[in-house]
Ligand binder design. Structure first.
Ligand code: CA
Length: 230
C-alpha cells in the first residue's frame, strides 16, 4: 500500500516512513503543504497522513483543495492538542480520521489499517473485509498472515505487499508499472523486471505447491489475480 506523509517535522516524517516500511507500506514524504498537495493530486496514494501546521499551505487548505478536486483518498490528520484547530474541524473539512500529537506508533498503524479497510467511497466491497480472500487463499493484513487452505505460508514484507495489492484488485489486469508504483517506492529506479521476479517468488509459495494458478500473466499487459476457484 502506498502512502503519503505530509509533515514538516522531517525527523517525525522519516521515523513514520521507516516504521511503516517495516509494516509493508511504501511511504513518500512531503515537507510542506504545496508539495504535499501536488503529490496528492498527481500520484496514486492509498492513504495520506496530513499534519495541520505546515509551511506553504496549511493541512486544512491541502485537504480542502484535495476534496474540491474530487480526490477521495482517505486522509488521517495529525492535530496538536494545543493548536488553534481541533479534531471537529478536521472531520468537518473532510478528513476521514485524526490523531492528536503526540501519538504512539502502534496507534498510528492501527488507524491507518482501519482507514485502508474502509477505503475511499465507491471502492469494491472486498475492501470492507478485514481479511482479503481469493478462493482458499487468505491474507490478513492486520495479523501479517497468509494461508492457503489450512496451511500457513511465510511471505517476506515485499511479497506480502505485492499479494495484498493484487488481492485488493481481484480479476483486474494490473500493469507492471502499476505494481511498481504501489509496491516499490518512488526512488526505485530499476526496471519492471523486478516485478516479474517477485511474482515468480509469490507463485512458488502460493501456487506451485498447491498446483494452482492464482496469478495469471496477461501477455503484453501485466497480471491478473483470479478470485474464483479454478
Ligand atoms: Ca507541523
Amino acid at each position: 500500500m502506498r502512502m503519503l506523509i505530509i509533515e514538516d517535522e522531517r525527523e517525525l516524517a522519516e521515523a513514520i516512513a521507516d516504521g511503516l516500511a517495516a509494516e509493508g507500506f511504501v511511504a513518500d514524504a512531503a515537507h510542506d503543504g504545496t508539495d504535499g498537495l501536488w503529490r496528492a493530486l498527481h500520484e496514486p496514494y492509498d492513504v495520506i497522513v496530513l499534519d495541520i501546521m505546515l509551511p506553504g499551505l496549511s493541512g486544512y487548505e491541502v485537504l480542502k483543495q484535495l476534496r474540491a478536486a474530487k480526490v477521495w483518498t482517505p486522509v488521517l490528520m495529525l492535530t496538536a492538542k494545543d493548536g488553534e484547530y481541533d479534531e471537529a474541524d478536521a472531520l468537518d473539512l473532510g478528513a476521514d480520521d485524526y490523531l492528536s500529537k503526540p501519538f504512539s506508533y502502534v496507534v498510528l498503524v492501527a488507524h491507518l489499517r482501519a482507514l485502508l479497510r474502509r477505503g475511499a467511497p465507491a471502492r469494491p466491497a472486498v475492501l470492507v473485509a478485514a481479511v482479503l480472500v481469493a478462493d482458499d487463499l487468505a491474507l490478513d493484513p492486520a495479523c501479517r498472515r497468509c494461508r492457503r487452505g489450512n496451511r500457513d505460508i511465510d511471505l517476506t514484507a515485499r511479497e506480502f505487499t505485492l499479494l495484498e495489492y493484487l488481492l485488493r484488485h481481484p480479476d483486474e489486469v494490473i500493469s507492471k508499472t502499476d505494481i511498481l508504483t504501489h509496491v516499490w517506492d518512488e526512488n526505485f529506479d530499476g526496471d519492471t523486471n523486478i516485478v516479474e521476479v517477485y511474482v515468480g517468488y509469490l507463485r512458488r509459495k502460493i501456487d506451485a505447491p498447491f498446483d494452482r494458478l492464482t496469478i495469471e500473466t496477461v501477455r503484453g499487459a501485466g497480471y491478473r489475480l483470479r478470485s474464483g476457484a479454478r
